[in-house]
Design a protein around this ligand. Structure first.
Ligand SMILES: [Zn+2]
Ligand SMILES: [Zn+2]
Length: 296
């Protein structure tokens, strides 16, 4: 899984930080998490082609998370986007999408499938599962969890001993099926081992609430908003955001491996104060930067 941060600011962009957007590339899917203004140029600079985007998740319809969508669709329409673009979002997504398309002269010439989802499995295939849960931000907002499924791998030493060679039988074992080789039954458990799938979670705008813990439980990487540092907790509460320490508390309680902070208020020219605030609670924390990449 490869994660590219396209925008790490919030409502007001700075010279260094664009409006929110994160691109998650998995084997078969390209998932854009939020679509802030100027996302197209950020994608270009990061070297990500529009055709690589298979799914867009809009965490909520505040402008900083969604204003890039009409422009992106416009370009996709002009330059022949292949396939169906799936757009997921909370309650109201269909209405917002319709209104958005009525606001411009240009028509969207891309096959788009809209899914409104508040809670549950948004998408699932043989390799991937995407789960959403509602967050608390004053407007319908979802947290997003992307899970690669566990896979079976062949233990080559054991396979060789049994005389197994590359081919359909190996494939069957990897699918968890037992096989018969030269009249002898081989159980998949005897020649395979489990490789745990990577799990990540994205907590966009919200206050600290029970679903922040649920969506982040045991993930390898938690990406969480931390608009303010703790001394501005009252402000965070007023605007329904989390402080860095609250994001770190989620990471701690949910037993995550690494925390990446994002969605920083424009007031922070130097992000150290926010990062240090989080590190007091959860040490394995980094602050995202635009165009930062993480490979898991
Ligand atoms: Zn925001
Ligand atoms: Zn918001």
């Amino acid at each position: 899984m490869k994660i590219t941060f396209l925008g790490t600011g919030c409502m007001v962009p700075t010279k260094e930080r664009n409006h929110p957007g994160i691109f998650v590339k998995q084997k078969t899917q390209g998932i854009l998490l939020d679509c802030g203004e100027n996302i197209q140029r950020q994608l270009k600079i990061a070297g990500i082609k529009n055709n690589k985007i298979t799914k867009i998740f809009i965490s909520h319809w505040h402008g900083d998370h969604s204003l890039g969508l009409p422009g992106l669709l416009n370009s996709m329409s002009r330059f022949e986007y292949n396939g169906t673009l799936e757009i997921y979002g909370p309650k109201g997504t269909k209405k917002f999408y319709e209104h958005m398309n009525k606001s411009f002269e240009s028509t969207v010439d891309v096959e788009v499938k809209i899914t409104e989802i508040e809670e549950g499995i948004a998408y699932e295939d043989d390799e991937l599962k995407i789960i959403v849960l509602p967050l608390e931000h004053g407007v319908p907002t979802i947290g997003i969890r992307i899970e690669e499924k566990d896979r079976l791998r062949i233990n080559n030493v054991k396979a060789k001993k049994l005389g197994l060679e590359e081919g359909p039988l190996m494939g069957q074992l990897q699918q968890g099926k037992d096989i018969v080789l030269k009249g002898k039954k081989i159980k998949h458990k005897d020649v395979t081992y489990i490789v745990e799938g990577i799990k990540i979670a994205y907590i966009s705008d919200t206050v600290f609430c029970k679903n922040t813990l649920a969506i982040a439980k045991n993930v390898d990487l938690l990406i969480a908003e931390s608009t303010f540092e703790s001394s501005l907790e009252e402000k965070a509460e007023e605007y329904k955001h989390m402080t860095a320490q609250q994001a770190a508390t989620v990471a701690n309680k949910a037993n995550v491996k690494q925390l990446v902070l994002t969605h920083f208020s424009q007031r922070y020219k130097d992000i150290t104060v926010v990062l240090d605030d989080a590190k007091q609670v959860f040490d394995n924390t980094i602050a995202a930067k635009d165009f930062m990449k993480i490979k898991l």
